[in-house]
Write a protein that binds this ligand. Structure first.
Ligand code: ACM
Ligand code: ZN
Length: 526
């Protein structure tokens, strides 16, 4: 309150105008002042205690946008740019104050200062080294602002994953959901089970072109594989943490586990043999829910996962589980009898409950895809809604928290133009989610005011069946990631035409940083 009154008095005292700096996602307020701050080779940067990492990122991410370096100062006195903490601000909240003689970046925590840095990058992309005096006060609407990368269908080396994380940081996203295991490859080293990577991370070949059910499939006959060592995982987790991004691993179960089943066939109901999949789709083979060895295996795997990922939430998948194998499996049937489970949906709920309780005992929570709503579900589970947004209302009324990533708005692997064959690399060309559609997502639509706090936030998903490299990922997600970021950061004040007037600055930054993006979107092509 005091801060707001202070800001008001300040703006009454000095002539100023509210303005629209070209910043995406949209800041809470921007007030233009008189004059210009010029960054020169003599400009000195001072970082208060606790902001050493932000000072390093200033030098690494901001200075290269200029034609020259700047100096570091050990003292506040005489510094021109100051990074500081302000306990009156919330954790992610920041103030970026630019006056002719001084620039101050204040955050409630280092995270807030980091977001001020991201806004400054955009101001430099727009104005170069002579930045108009202004004051930005900003904070996000939603706590969870995420993006998921599937590294199973295609594998992305460490440097490319870092580039993806850089993109999240640029858009002030704070969660990296890392989809590490699936039918087409297991991608993380688990020391206790070396075959997961020796066998499970490799596939014989890969489908060529876009898969159409019922149509003849062609394969490339080229073995494909890859995985992250635990050292590499730690490197990525700490790279993300320095950018105030939490990494949430996903170990998908009880379906989408062919990487693991191929490595250890005793995990499946029939005992195999199984093969790492070479095509896309949904496998009928799941982890067997009847055998105790399955749960022992998963707990061992999760023990190593917990040691690598400090995130409070661990994603355990739970999507797309046809139950035919469980119906035919004597062990699964016995489990249903002894646990008095009415059907296979109840068996899946039993499976998830066991894993959830095991994780809860170790201080962690689970996130699962919205299929988990089909059975009994603890309100401790956070549902990630990917099918119909209506599942979010149901989850909320059952007491769960939700993250919205409905495919109709948030699947950034779907085509962004109605004419994908002309404009895009091969993708799911029958599904269409243009930029405008991502922006249309209304996270609080149809919710009662008291239910809003159960919506943690939003997430863009990047399934990579048709994305063999990071260039392709960039092209498919940009500029849609910007729309998604604005929905998460500024959902209460978003306006598409206003967003489009600010986008050119972010595009200028994409170009400076050599990110590929779908430029035709700005030529009126949707
Ligand atoms: C999903 O797209 N199967 C979560
Ligand atoms: Zn079974």
């Amino acid at each position: 309150m005091l801060k707001t009154v202070g800001l008001l008095l300040f703006s009454m005292w000095f002539p100023s105008v509210w303005c629209e700096a070209g910043i995406v996602p949209k800041p809470l307020s921007v007030i233009e002042r008189r004059g210009t701050f010029r960054i020169t080779p003599h400009t000195r940067l001072y970082a208060a205690e606790g902001l050493e990492s932000e000072a390093r990122l200033f030098m690494a991410d901001i200075v290269p946008l200029l034609d020259h370096g700047i100096a570091r100062s050990e003292q506040l006195r005489g510094a021109d740019i100051v990074l500081r903490l302000d306990s009156a601000l919330e954790a992610e909240e920041y103030l970026l104050q630019i006056a002719p003689g001084r620039m101050t970046l204040s955050g409630g925590t280092p995270c807030g200062v980091f977001y001020a840095l991201q806004s400054l990058r955009q101001l430099i992309a727009e104005h170069g080294a002579s930045i108009p005096a202004l004051e930005i006060h900003d904070k996000p609407d939603m706590v969870y602002r995420g993006a998921m990368l599937d590294v199973s269908r295609h594998f992305f080396p460490v440097e490319e994953v870092k580039r993806f994380i850089d993109l999240l940081a640029l858009h002030k996203l704070n969660r990296f959901h890392w989809h590490l295991t699936d039918d087409q490859g297991w991608r993380i080293e688990i020391r206790r089970y070396p075959r997961l990577t020796e066998i499970g991370s490799q596939r014989r070949e890969t489908l060529v072109g876009v898969m159409r059910e019922g149509k003849t499939m062609r394969f490339d006959h080229i073995p494909y594989g890859g995985y992250y060592t635990q050292d590499e995982v730690r490197e990525i987790v700490s790279y993300a943490a320095a950018r105030h991004i939490e990494v949430i691993p996903e170990i998908d179960m009880p379906g989408h586990g062919m990487g693991a089943l191929a490595a250890y066939p005793w995990l499946g109901c029939t005992g195999g043999p199984y093969e790492v999949w070479t095509r896309w789709g949904v496998s009928e083979d799941l982890y067997c829910a009847g055998r105790e060895t399955t749960f022992t295996f998963i707990e061992h795997v999760l023990s190593e996962i917990l040691a690598l990922f400090p995130s409070r939430q661990i994603h355990i998948g739970g999507d797309e589980c046809p139950v035919t194998r469980w119906q035919d499996c004597p062990q699964c049937r016995r489990r249903m009898q002894t646990e008095r489970l009415a059907d296979e949906t109840a068996l899946r709920s039993y499976f998830v409950r066991r894993i959830q309780q095991w994780l809860q005992a170790r201080g962690r929570e689970i996130i699962g895809w919205d299929e988990l709503l089909e059975g009994e579900l603890s309100s401790e589970v956070t549902l990630m809604v990917w099918r119909d947004p209506a599942h979010a209302y149901e989850a909320i009324r059952r007491g769960c928290r939700v993250i919205l990533s409905p495919k109709q708005y948030c699947y950034l692997d779907y085509s962004q133009t109605a004419d994908p064959v002309r404009y895009e690399p091969p993708c799911h060309d029958t599904r269409y989610v243009p930029l405008r559609q991502v922006y249309r997502l209304e996270p609080f639509d149809r919710l009662r005011p008291e239910e809003r706090s159960q919506v943690l936030g939003v997430q863009g998903n990047v399934w990579t069946e048709y994305m063999p490299g990071m260039e392709c990922v960039e092209f498919m997600i940009l500029p849609r990631l910007a729309a998604l970021a604005e929905v998460g950061w500024a959902c209460e004040r978003k306006c598409y035409s206003d967003f489009m007037t600010r986008m050119p600055v972010l595009i200028a930054l994409y170009e400076k940083l050599e990110y590929r993006y779908a430029d035709y979107v700005f030529r009126g092509i949707e």
